[in-house]
Design a protein around this ligand. Structure first.
Ligand code: HDD
Length: 705
């Protein structure tokens, strides 16, 4: 502030000493070793050597045009107490930019989390596809975005919903996007119904509630009238609708794709992602609590795991079918996206593995601006005539024009192909390239005819000359799409009894949130057609009579691959709470922490206060900040008489998680003798038993919900 600034009558001068400007920048801290920097792509597709760690790297704050600034805290006013002057170009530039910081959120899948990684092919697919990135030992950089479907960008993570699982492979032959979900079937068979299902499932247009969930009248109104949605709806009501973690979800390409090998032979395939950690879910009460206590649960879980070096991995697999003119396999129409092909009929053959090993550097630049499109195909992979896929081929390109502000979204760093681009596209909003030359057209002579067309031997994408059956134009689907129930019954009966109970509970919850009696009755009729037992359970919960089936649904063989419960999985990355207080033997707590750590799990010590326990063990959570939902298991090294610890124990028990104790901690488990409640002699034994029990995810024998 200049010393001669006139004083305002009646207002004392500031006594705060002026800040010295500009401040001297200090060197940014080195990134942690486990925070490997994701590759930053530039206009030419080569990694740029950009510094990281601070928002601003330069010495002085400048305007957007590079002029150095003296002050960014005060607008230019006519006197200290006067109006702001229109001439304040810095104020207007700063606020205008801020006003436009948000872009439209995705109309669906608005809430998501992304990560960088690498895909390595086994080569097993080389017999069916010539795609370069699927040949033996080829490594391809990837970016994956997981998402919920219904909620807004700021909505909670653990709602009951489908999860998006979209992967961008930056291959040497161009970008391939596999834009899938964690559920292998879809609500509709024809893309023209997409606005209907989305309008029905999104919050009601009058009050814009409820947020991010299907438990409301319009959703159930639609799906109870539109029975082709029955399969997807039941998958949503199953535990698949509330995954424990993005790292523990399967992914499905849903549609059938057509692949072609080097000899020109074609086959039909369905893509599957198989998580190395297994498929696991939350329980509904837990999911609801998480929405309040940690709405970013899935986002945090993914980022924390990657930062800790516990890189999540998935195997990519394909089910392969002969490319017959009918495109039907074992009676299942491969063009119907509401149907699966059970793995027992067509095993999933592993063709590669994906590792996610780097968090995005900037959420907006990467996770928000990434643009997927099922039409981003590479030579060797083509689409089929699935009417849902055909419609998607239009929608994804179209939506980016509004969301990312024009046709040049492919130039945004995260969307830039790693293959050379010579597209002859010019101009348009947000054009970043400075194209040279005068002949961006073909044919030309001024550029000596360049660029040239490629043939198969030069790695061109060739549209496969697939026969289209002689047909008339009509707004119809194939009659083979008509059965909306048989596979749904197969899915339900393939689940374990526990999972079936969860399904019944989920329907009862969701329909219980509807107001319209007729909607509940209509949905009960659908359930009666699938399974009378399921219908009776839900009807009893709703206090309504269970209708009789109106159609006869035949029994298909069960598909054990559809069930989640009953298998054992690796436990790496699981979070284990260790409750202690100032009376606890610190060496023993340390031994437990080390044993958990040695198993590649995460020990989180919970104590009455923050800081260190006995000056030795760092405390991760206090009784105030800890809640059971964060832990996969809880070990008690003490039994403090604190209500919050009691809640922690109660919830952990209710949610079928392992509880263990040693020494004084045993008192906290008194009266809880049940499977999965372990009292051990020492910390090591307690940890070993917990890790053992975690292999099945939950203690399913304990029927506490
Ligand atoms: Fe879609 C986004 C998956 C049918 C129209 N979809 C979107 C995303 C995923 C899926 C994972 C988020 C991508 C990201 O993270 O940016 N969608 C699916 C699957 C479907 C499906 C597996 C069926 C098998 N979608 C579908 C249809 C239509 C759309 C039938 C329209 C006719 N989807 C869109 C969209 C979105 C989108 C409006 C919103 C944002 C975006 O595309 O980029 O165009």
């Amino acid at each position: 502030m200049p010393a001669d600034t006139p004083k305002i009558p009646g207002v004392p001068s500031s006594t705060v000493p002026p800040v010295e400007e500009p401040t001297t920048p200090t060197t940014p801290p080195e990134p942690k070793p486990d925070q490997a920097e994701p590759e930053v792509r530039t206009a030419t597709g080569t990694p740029a050597d950009l510094p990281r760690g601070r928002a601003q790297q330069g010495e002085y704050l400048t305007t957007a045009q590079g002029a150095r600034l003296t002050d960014t805290d005060h607008s230019l006013k006519a006197g200290r107490r006067g109006p702001i002057l229109l001439q304040d170009h810095h104020f207007r530039e700063k606020i205008t930019h801020f006003d436009h910081e948000r872009i439209p959120e995705r109309v669906v899948h608005a809430r998501g989390a992304g990560a960088h990684g690498v895909f390595r092919a086994t080569g097993a697919a080389s017999s069916i596809t010539r795609a370069q990135f699927l040949q033996k030992d080829v490594e391809t950089p990837v970016f994956v975005r997981f998402s919920t479907v219904l909620g807004s960008r700021g909505s909670a993570d653990t709602v009951r919903d489908t999860r998006g699982f979209a992967t961008k492979f930056y291959t040497e032959e161009g970008t391939f996007d596999l834009v899938g979900n964690n559920i292998p079937v879809f609500f509709i068979q024809d893309a023209i119904k997409f606005p209907d299902v989305v309008h029905a499932a999104k919050p009601h247009p009058d009050r814009e509630i409820p947020q991010a969930q299907s438990a409301h009248d319009t959703f159930w109104d639609f799906v109870s009238l539109h029975t082709e949605a029955t399969a997807h709806t039941m998958w949503n009501m199953s535990d698949r609708g509330i995954p424990r973690s993005y790292r523990m979800m399967e992914g499905f390409g849903v549609h059938t794709f057509r692949v072609v090998n080097a000899e020109g032979d074609t086959a039909l395939v369905k893509f599957h992602w198989k998580p190395r950690l297994g498929v696991h879910s939350l329980v509904w009460e837990e999911a609801q609590l998480i929405n309040g206590f940690d709405p970013d649960f899935h986002r945090r879980d993914l980022a924390d795991a990657i930062e800790a070096g516990a890189y999540p991995e998935w195997d990519l697999g394909v089910q392969v079918f002969p490319d017959t003119p009918e495109q039907v396999f074992e009676g299942i129409d491969l063009l119907d996206p509401t149907k699966i092909v059970p793995e027992e009929l067509a095993p999933v053959q592993i063709i590669g593995t994906m590792v996610l090993n780097a968090n995005p550097t900037n959420f907006f630049a990467e996770t928000e601006q990434v643009a997927f499109h099922p039409g981003h195909l590479v030579p060797g992979i083509d689409v089929t005539d699935d009417p849902l896929l055909q419609g998607r081929l239009f929608s994804y390109l179209d939506t980016q024009l509004t969301r990312l502000g024009g046709p040049n979204f492919g130039q945004i760093p995260i969307n830039r192909p790693h293959a050379p681009v010579n597209d002859m596209f010019r101009d348009g909003f947000h054009q970043h390239a400075v194209h040279t030359g005068v002949a961006p057209y073909k044919p030309n002579s001024l550029d000596a005819g360049c660029p040239f067309m490629a043939g198969v031997t030069e790695g061109a994408f060739v549209d496969l000359p697939v026969e289209v059956p002689a047909a008339k134009k009509e707004r119809e689907v194939s009659r083979s799409f008509d059965d909306h129930y048989t596979q749904v019954r197969q899915f339900y009966l393939s689940l374990s009894e526990i999972e079936q109970d969860h399904v019944a509970y989920a329907y009862t919850f969701e329909l219980g949130k509807c107001y319209e009696q007729s909607i509940k009755e209509r949905q009960l009729q659908i359930l009666a057609n699938i399974d009378t037992g399921l219908c009776e359970k839900v009807a009893a919960g709703l206090g309504l009579p269970a209708p009789k089936p109106t159609v006869e649904v035949s029994d298909l063989p069960q598909s054990p691959a559809l069930a989640q419960v009953g298998k054992t999985w690796p436990v790496q990355g699981r979070l284990i709470g260790i409750v202690a207080d100032d009376t606890t033997d610190v060496d023993q707590v340390l031994a437990a922490v080390q044993a958990v750590d040695a198993a590649d799990c995460v020990p989180l010590v919970v104590a009455p206060h923050g800081g260190m326990l006995g000056g030795v063990v760092p405390i991760s959570r206090t009784f105030l900040t800890a809640r059971s939902i964060e832990f996969d298991a809880v070990i008690l090294a003490a039994a403090p008489a604190d209500k919050r610890v009691q809640i922690l124990v109660d919830e952990t028990f209710r949610h079928q998680k392992t509880l263990a104790a040693w020494g004084p901690g045993a008192a906290a488990l008194e009266g809880l003798a049940a499977p999965g409640v372990v009292v051990a002699d020492d910390p090591q034994t307690a940890v070993t038993q917990v890790l053992d029990l975690l292999g099945t995810h939950r203690v399913w024998q304990r029927d506490t919900l």
